[in-house]
Design a protein around this ligand. Structure first.
Ligand SMILES: NCc1[nH]cc(CCC(=O)O)c1CC(=O)O
Length: 311
């Protein structure tokens, strides 16, 4: 049997797909796994800030089309880039162990968040990172930073920024861990929905592939966390345009959830945090919805309306 993985050509995407290939081949020596490289729209538009594009599925659509046409069987995504609504006929089949879910500060060995000089320039295009940085350090100048992980680190080294913020997961996977100057605690910087988790997408009804993929890579803890966090995102449905984060630590049936919604400068910042019990995925989904609803009634709804007006 052959399983074909449709993958973007970026170093991170290839690393992630190779990793899944390895896990499958370790568990199922009779299965051959092939990588098929596909270019997505997100790989072509490199000069526009992501928050301005606002196109969900920017990095996934071409691969999903290939899956639906039967040219590839599965896709390995950074789950945080995967929209909450998948195309008809496709589903998430498995969720990998979570790599470090936190954000990291890189500054060429010079700074941490608290000792960056007054008015320092910090690179990030993420509204979530920007809003949370503004709360701790309102003086910082936040500037756009796009490109894949290697490009962003190169731009830091070229001296364009005093520091940049990246997901620790991508930095570690690509071997840049020594460049990290500070790992930001989730109590200071709530991570993105599903940050650090790989999601394996495939065709609905493709039962044999699904059972192989689940057996090879699925983590129950990641599945619970992703279900809560993605239910939160689906309920808020702010896309890339709204600063929000949701992060869950799973400990058996006890889950610790942190979530926020804010305006662009972090002036109106609404946060929820609590420990809950969830027994199954259905309860996990309900919890994500209820955390989102509480934030929306606590002021999140006004923020959404305000932000959507400015489009
Ligand atoms: N937004 C792009 C993106 N998508 C996935 C990762 C790597 C981390 C992960 O797997 O969650 C990154 C880089 C980053 O945000 O720094």
């Amino acid at each position: 049997m052959v399983i074909r993985i449709g993958t973007r050509k970026s170093k991170l995407a290839l690393w992630q797909s190779e990793w899944v290939k390895l896990q499958i081949e370790k568990k199922f020596p009779d299965v051959r796994v092939e990588l098929v490289k596909i270019t997505t729209k997100g790989d072509k538009i490199l000069d526009v800030p992501l928050a301005k594009i606002g196109d969900k599925g920017l990095f996934t659509k071409e691969i999903e089309d290939a899956m639906l046409r039967g040219e590839v069987d599965i896709a390995v995504h950074s789950l945080k880039d995967v929209p909450t609504k998948l195309p008809e006929g496709l589903k998430l089949m498995a969720f990998s162990d979570r790599e470090d879910p936190r954000d990291a500060l890189l500054s060429n060995g010079r700074y941490t968040l608290s000792n960056l000089p007054e008015g320092a320039v910090v690179g990030t295009s993420s509204l979530r990172r920007r809003a949370q940085l503004k709360i701790i350090r309102p003086d910082l100048r936040i500037e756009d930073l796009r490109g894949n992980v290697d490009t962003r680190i190169r731009k830091l080294k070229e001296g364009n920024y005093d520091a940049i913020i990246l997901a620790a997961a991508g930095v570690k996977r690509l071997g840049w861990e020594e460049e990290i100057d500070e790992i930001l605690s989730p109590s200071v910087m709530i991570p993105s929905v599903s940050q650090g988790i790989l999601g394996i997408e495939g065709r609905e009804g493709d039962k044999e592939v699904e059972s192989i993929v689940r057996e090879a890579v699925n983590s129950t803890e990641s599945e619970v966390a992703a279900t809560i966090e993605r239910a939160f995102l689906r309920t808020v449905e702010g896309g890339c345009q709204v600063p929000l984060g949701c992060y869950t630590v799973v400990n058996g049936e006890r889950v610790h959830v942190r979530a926020f919604i804010s305006d662009l400068n972090g002036e109106f910042f609404h946060k929820e945090e609590g420990v809950f019990e969830v027994k199954d995925l259905e309860e996990a989904d309900k919890l994500g919805v209820s955390v989102a609803e509480r934030l929306l009634s606590a002021g999140g709804r006004e923020i959404l309306e305000e932000l959507l007006r400015c489009q």
